[in-house]
Design a protein around this ligand. Structure first.
Ligand SMILES: [Zn+2]
Length: 182
């Protein structure tokens, strides 16, 4: 009994998170990676979500997920928003400052349900702070994975005020935030 209850709870949780990801316009692949649900179940969830919301259109992004790491540091505004989102993720425990420890032996992220939930909340907070956010949920999720991997981008601190910044892994100079540069 106990085991099947646990299993049922876990399954329910997976579905709840998948629906939250759908609301955030996440791609099927992203949902699968975080919840472990099959593509078929995710498609069914999409369909029932659309039915329940009277056909309110959830734009579905097909094709490849964002893969350009440089995107996050391309402009001052993107650097600012990436840093803001990363700070929220740090404060809420979506990512750890000592990033590589969260990567398992296989090199894949340890992605559990709790982190998935925190990721959704972190993104909501970011969206609440920025009127017209430049980072989509997919971007935000990609940023979390990239930082956790720690190969191309890393979390660092502003040399002037200590604010959290996202920097190129290979950058040699101590970075400064927008406020400290100007
Ligand atoms: Zn600063």
């Amino acid at each position: 009994m106990r085991i099947s209850d646990d299993r049922y709870q876990r399954d329910r949780q997976r579905i709840e998170i998948a629906v939250q990801f759908i609301e955030h316009e996440a791609r099927t692949r992203t949902i699968r990676q975080w919840t472990g649900l099959t593509d078929d179940r995710i498609r069914k969830l999409y369909r029932s979500y659309l039915r329940e919301h009277q056909g309110r259109l959830v734009p579905r992004h097909r094709g490849k997920s964002p893969q350009q790491v440089a995107h996050f540091v391309r402009t001052a505004r993107l650097r600012h928003e990436s840093a803001l989102f990363a700070s929220i993720c740090l404060m809420t425990g979506v990512i750890a400052e000592a990033a590589p420890s969260a990567v398992g032996n296989s090199g894949r992220l340890i992605q559990n349900m709790q982190r998935a939930q925190l990721l959704c909340r972190a993104y909501d907070s970011y969206r609440g702070l920025i009127p017209r956010p430049l980072l989509s949920f997919e971007h935000a999720e990609f940023l979390v994975r990239t930082l956790q991997r720690g190969e191309e981008l890393r979390l660092t601190r502003c040399g002037g005020c200590g604010a959290v910044l996202v920097a190129d892994r290979l950058a040699l100079r101590t970075p400064h935030c927008y406020g400290c540069v100007s």
